[in-house]
Design a protein around this ligand. Structure first.
Ligand SMILES: [Zn+2]
Length: 159
């Protein structure tokens, strides 16, 4: 086991797949956003209490990724799936490399995109759909000209 990361998965956990859900703790915001871009169902909890993290992890089978020692200890005590990164690892690419070592599949998907802000699944629209639904106002002129397809978040009302 490396001193830069520790991984402990609960006994019921089988293997990492594209369906694996995550719960990413504070100070790993960029990692959380990237997980959503990759299509993973990812909650990002910046300032949550330890017990709330544990609750989400248990109820939804989410793997916790954190740098916080207290959260890691709590998760271990409750046999929750966890990847603990060393607090020394501040570089995003290193964080990504480490979670990859733990078994997480690091790959961007072409389908099943999620909103980087709210984690909702994005709708995919073609230009003609957008004109029909009068959503064009949400798209900057330049972006409209160079793209044929757009992703829309209902929750955030954002393209
Ligand atoms: Zn959203």
């Amino acid at each position: 086991m490396s001193e830069l990361y520790e991984v402990n998965l609960s006994s019921s956990f089988k293997e990492f797949s594209r369906e694996t859900k995550f719960l990413v703790g504070g100070s790993l915001g960029r990692l959380a956003r990237f997980f959503r871009i990759m299509g993973y169902d990812t909650l990002y909890e910046e300032n949550k209490e330890e017990r709330d993290l544990a609750k989400h992890s248990r109820a939804e089978g989410r793997i916790i990724i954190t740098k916080a020692q207290d959260i890691a200890m709590k998760a271990l005590g409750e046999s929750l799936g966890i990847i603990k990164l060393s607090s020394k690892v501040t570089d995003f690419n290193t964080q990504l490399a480490l979670v990859s070592k733990c078994g997480v599949i690091i790959e961007t998907h072409q389908k099943n995109y999620r909103c980087t802000d709210c984690n909702s699944e994005l709708q995919f629209y073609k230009k003609e759909d957008i004109e029909k639904m009068s959503l064009k106002k949400l798209i900057p002129e330049q972006s409209w000209e160079i793209n044929d397809r757009f992703y829309y978040c209902k929750q955030c009302n954002k393209m």
